[in-house]
Structure formats: structure tokens, C-alpha cells
Write a protein that binds this ligand. Structure first.
Ligand code: G1P
Length: 292
């Protein structure tokens, strides 16, 4: 039997963004600009390019700017039309027409697992994607599309992974497993932010997951883990035991845009690919590198 179609994507954006203070004090970190659009727009565009039909945002107080960004802005539309700014008009309309978005509130900051759990009634009984707003993936085929293609084949939950230096494993959810084919592992154990020396694996989960609806029941019974929060990784470990799960080494470059250095790297990489800016920016980078 073909696996059920994946139609929905959950994007948790309720986090405080403490790693990005003071920039994230009054502006959601997801609204910080990478070249000419907020980071959240890249995530939404990845979802759209992967063929998903609906996005569920998990928000919290102070995150209204994200919903507004994807809304239709009648006043702006009218002004741009009157001034005959056709290209800009097309761009802002395009953003509001990208995809259907609904928002649910995470009422307490109890962790990523809890944020996902709040979407249970909106997602319902079907497989779905989760994308973390901090992780930008630059790739030829969108990272989620790559995962959906693998899903057609394996029909089980998938987490996207990349190898990280061993001294950084304590910053990630880490996957241990057996390689079943090039770039694909069958997950045996997962641990959220392992203490140094407690795992031999360097396979880190990055913020892309394809999950089965059973995860909601498992999250319901997940007790607080690392950092006193309800961890998605702990529920995933239970899901992996129950019905199998795969880890996928995606094709592309991932940027941690929720971290100051990772964000700067993302700005440079995306600017060097921007159709209108790349040539002038490349010349500028060379010039700066010579001076420094
Ligand atoms: C979250 C997950 C972690 C994952 C990481 C990827 O952690 O809990 O398993 O490796 O995202 O970015 P956070 O970065 O929110 O602490």
C-alpha cells in the first residue's frame, strides 16, 4: 500500500530567541532578514516548493509579525498599485498567496515536544512535516522534498541529519543507527544533547522531520527531559521503537540562523546566490578580504 500523502507542515515559532538577543527583544528572530526576506519566508518557500498544502505555525505572544508577513495587506497593496510599482506589488502579493497558514498558540514554554503536541487537533490523523525556523537549508532540491521522496519509498518517519564535529554533539539531538543504504540509516537510538563521551555517533538531527501522527500520543506521555523541557527527541525515540524510523543525510548546506555566527554565514551564502546582488556582493567580499 502506498504511504498516506503528506499535506501539512508544522513550523514552531514560539521560542524566545534568547541566543539572538538583543536583536530578538521586540522582533521575532524568525523575522530577521537574510538578504531581502525574513528567515521564516525561506522556510515557508521550502514547504511550498516541496508540494505541501497547509502550514501550521505554533506561535506565542509577540509573534504577530510573522502572521502579518504572510497576510494580504490591503493598504500596502493599494499604495503600490496607485504608484504603479508593479514589481514590488507582485512580490508582496506573492507572499500572501504562497500557502494556507493557520496558527495555534503554545500557551506555556514547555519545550519543542510540547509545541508540536499543541498542533494535534489541526494535524489530525495523517503524517506531517516539521521544520524548525532556525535551520535554513540551501539546496538544489528542497530538503523537505528530498525527505518526501524517501518517504514514498520507506513509508516511515524520517529525521534529517548531518555529521557534526564530535565536540559539538552535545548541542544536538543525536541519532545512532545502522546504515541501510547510502545516506540512509535505520534509527536505533536517539538522545537529546548527549553529555560528552556518551555517544560514538556524530549524526546530528537538523530541524526537518517527517512524522507519523502516533507521535502525538507519545508526546502526551513524554516527561520533561533535557533542560526540564518536553523534548521531541524523547518522543521520537519511542516512535522509532514502536514502528521504525529513518535518518537521512540530506543534500545541501544547513545554516543555524538562530545563532549569530550561523546567521552571518547564511547572509553571505544567500547573498552570493541572489540574482541581482551576487556579482556586486562577490566583488565587495573580495575587496574586504584583501583589506582585512
Ligand atoms: C532542536 C532539537 C535538537 C536538534 C536541533 C536542530 O534543539 O531539540 O534535537 O538537533 O533543534 O537545530 P534546539 O536547537 O532548539 O535547542
Amino acid at each position: 500500500m502506498a504511504p498516506s500523502k503528506v499535506r501539512k507542515a508544522v513550523i514552531p515559532v514560539a521560542g524566545m530567541g534568547t541566543r539572538f538577543l538583543p536583536a530578538s527583544k521586540a522582533i521575532p528572530k524568525e523575522m530577521l532578514t537574510v538578504v531581502d526576506r525574513p528567515t521564516i519566508q525561506y522556510i515557508v518557500e521550502e514547504v511550498v516548493a516541496s508540494g505541501i498544502e497547509e502550514i501550521i505555525l505554533v506561535t506565542s505572544a509577540g509573534k504577530q509579525a510573522i502572521e502579518n508577513h504572510f497576510d494580504y495587506d490591503f493598504e500596502l497593496d493599494t499604495i503600490l498599485s496607485r504608484k504603479n510599482k508593479k514589481k514590488l506589488l507582485e512580490e508582496v502579493r506573492h507572499i500572501s498567496e504562497l500557502i494556507d497558514i493557520v496558527a495555534v498558540r503554545q500557551k506555556k514554554p514547555l519545550g519543542l515536544g510540547h509545541a508540536i503536541w499543541t498542533t494535534r487537533n489541526v494535524v489530525g490523523n495523517e503524517p506531517f512535516l516539521v521544520l524548525l525556523g532556525d535551520d535554513l537549508v540551501l539546496s538544489t532540491t528542497p530538503c523537505c522534498r528530498q525527505m518526501l521522496d524517501l518517504y514514498e519509498d520507506v513509508g516511515e518517519a524520517i529525521v534529517a541529519v548531518q555529521r557534526v564535529p564530535m565536540e559539538e554533539t552535545h548541542q544536538y539531538g543525536i541519532v545512532e543507527g545502522e546504515q541501510v543504504r547510502d545516506g540512509v540509516l535505520r534509527v536505533e537510538r536517539m538522545v537529546e544533547k548527549p553529555a560528552p563521551g556518551t555517544t560514538d555517533s556524530d549524526m546530528a538531527i537538523i530541524g526537518r522531520y517527517l512524522l507519523m501522527p502516533e507521535i502525538f500520543g507519545l508526546l502526551e506521555h513524554t516527561t520533561p527531559g533535557h533542560g526540564g523541557e518536553i523534548q521531541l527527541t524523547d518522543a521520537l525515540q519511542a516512535l522509532a521503537k514502536k514502528r521504525g524510523m529513518y535518518a537521512y543525510e540530506f543534500q545541501g548546506t544547513r545554516f543555524d540562523a538562530g545563532d549569530k555566527l550561523g546567521y552571518l554565514k547564511a547572509v553571505v551564502a544567500y547573498a552570493l546566490r541572489h540574482p541581482e546582488l551576487k556579482d556586486a556582493f562577490r566583488a565587495y567580499i573580495k575587496e574586504v578580504a584583501e583589506v582585512v
